[in-house]
Ligand binder design. Sequence first.
Ligand code: NAD
Ligand code: GLY
Length: 365
Amino acid sequence: MKNVQVNLDKYSYQVIIEKGILSQVGTLTSEIIKPGKAVVITDTTVGPLYAKIVLDSLSKTNFDVKLVSIEPGEDKKSLSMAGYLYEALFDHKVDRKSTIFALGGGVIGDLTGFVAATFMRGVPFVQIPTTLLSQVDSSVGGKVAVNHPRGKNMIGCFYQPKAVFIDTDTLKTLPKEEMVAGMVEVIKYGVIKDAEFFAYLEKHISQILELDDTALREIVYNSCRNKAKIVEIDEKEEGIRAILNYGHTIGHALETLTSYKKYRHGEAVAIGMIYATKIALSMELANEIVLERQETLLKRLGLSLSDNTVNPHDIVRTLYQDKKTVGGKLRFVLPTAVGTVIISDKSDDATILKSLTSDSISRHL
Ligand code: NAD
Ligand code: GLY
């Protein structure tokens, strides 16, 4: 069992990473929450695979548990779906002493967390993430939200779970593309904070792609460890937490301009990481090695590292509309070495455009 403690005073919790942990969810939860009413929220893909084992485990430890299953999909992260779930909670007579479990990927985690945060002004909730992205990113740190027609994750808050139980075995049923998209966030931790971890990824990428148990545990553990350290310093993203957005600024613009249809989030972030690095190279903040090492690793995942369908001028225009813009200035997370980044608002439009239009930065130096 590998544990990561997230230290947030009275809102502290543990992330427990263990192959096969789903059958222990009841016992582990009863150690921190008195058994009572419980609702497990999942989707119709994850439910048939993993709900029974979780429900059995909770029933055995005296939780009076009900399952609510919704269709999968980003469009389910909505206020209307939150409304549907509130009804289900009322029907099961959930009160503020009950527990809500999110069993699924980031969509289920964000939606369930939002419902838990707002139902009766807050009900305890537990994350049981089943995609790589949700295991290494969205289940840790307390960002919960639903989408609004005017933007993704626009309605939400910070609401920490009581615990996160990660069963790396669930990754064995995950489609390859979802695994690859999650790997981008894993690589991100290496670039922004942990050179040793980046080197581990370079060395073990084959084992990771073969879903080797030890390699999976290592990547999930080290990702959660790195994320926890950042969240502990800056829970509400007033400063350093923004480094978690490495690659996301341009990635987000690409997702917006392709109407969220062309790229999975991780695929867009991978391109965003490469463009951000090219900006850093143009500004002479980093050297070619930083670019090459990321390109090599991301290519091993079979990812495309540039976009030639979206007009670079449209990307820059979209960047200025992003909610992360501060005082009208674009802010980028830029690598200065593998393992270190800075937050900079010093990139001018010409430099950004140059990076967006270059296949290789070396041609432009
Ligand atoms: P997802 O939740 O849509 O899951 C992807 C697909 O995989 C779904 O169809 C799901 O049913 C299926 N699935 C899940 N687990 C499976 C398993 N073990 N086996 C087989 N299929 C499985 O996608 P995601 O990438 O996990 O999450 C994306 C969401 O996460 C977005 O809404 C994004 O905004 C959010 N997010 C939130 C944070 C945060 O800090 N809260 C961070 C990053 C992303
Ligand atoms: N996924 C970015 C964050 O949690 O801050």
